[in-house]
Design a protein around this ligand. Sequence first.
Ligand SMILES: [Zn+2]
Length: 469
Amino acid sequence: MMHDVDRPSEQRIPVHDIPGIDPAVVAEVERETSRLLSELIRIDTSNPPGDETRVAEHMLRWFRERGLEGEIVGEPAERAGFVLRVDSGRPGPSLLLLAHEDVVPANAPDWRVPPFSGLIEGDYVWGRGALDIKNLVAAHAVATARVAAAGGPAAGALVYACTADEEEGSVGGARWLVHNRPDLVHTDYVINEGGGHFLERGGRRLYFLESGEKGTAQFRLIVKGETGHASVPLRNGNAVVAAARVVEALASHEAPLVVDASSEDLVRTLVDAPRLRERLRDPRTARAALAELARRDVQVADMIEPLYGFAFSPTIVRSNSVAVNVFPTRVEVSVDCRMLAGHDEQEVLTEVRTALDGVEADWDLEWIGPVTPGNSSPYPSRFSEVIAATLKRHVPDAELAVRHSVGFTDSNWFRAAFPDTIAYNFAPHIVEGYDEVTPRIHNVDERIHVRDLAFQALFVERVAQGLLS
Ligand SMILES: [Zn+2]
């Protein structure tokens, strides 16, 4: 049952109205994208375990019905992706439309609607993946089919890919694809999930394009202790107590503050006061300036802070004690660590040693999964110019701004494997803004406005036509 489905957006942009696009086309694309997204949501690809091949098979059939032939690729067999190429037959640039098939799990009792129902109601498509990121699996597909139906791109090639295993592990999926099938996915340009939410500021709509992202270095600290019967308190050597000291020291550690292009860009875009802006760009004053900014505008401060360097977030603590009355010999503290582009695991290790210097604990560090350095693509470029011009045509008060993502997306694998590829994260909304959309991602009642879904398809179709000419 649903109640109080809020629709504040309806006042801003009337239904079926996207400036510069025939309302009949908008309505048709809205129907087509909504139907496909709803079908995709009903295929539960919660990761783990993912089982994404069912989405790949669905897309193979969907394109086949439109006379287009693609390929199911990837390992293991139950975790495959799907790739399709529309070649103009004429020399020119190539563009890959990328999205992932898997979703994060959903706890059904917490939701207003069943999370894998794909219900279309109240101008929304509801369900897990509606915003992250089956919306793009659907929008990119409709855009690709429309470009093909219009005779293909004027030059070069348009490539469609949906891939497995983005949310957890990245063992197969995009990482596998760039290393094993570069013949299919090595293109000049990649457009992927991440950016495209807009903030309304000073009468303008600020759209963020993500040109890069922080790296990931997740690790486990193994804190060792002495065992024994807990009825006799250990004077020293209780691993639980030592682990508590480790957690506290890491969480309160202030890593050296780094000002690089990623925070500079964002400060220039979002902070108007000249003196505050200057202080935010000086590593010696940035921390105090950030505290001041947080009092004025906590949203902007929260966007800038993670771009100042390392972030250590302890998330799991686990002891190997088998009983309450036995001291453990080992307590594991798992830490999510993000680092700026240009930093590596050696610097993470040095920073952890500094943070834990003098802390009474016997610890070792082991990495969880691969350490993935951050990376970025050049900006501006011909690609960003086409994106900015297309946006301006359909959202007259829009302004494109660049930022680095503080999270991780599959764009990282493409930039690392193909240094000549420019990968941007951008999928614009037109009805609902950053404040409405971002809290729903990885959360309950995930849903996308059908107009935003249609716009994402129509937008990327026009970017492809503009770029591949
Ligand atoms: Zn995602």
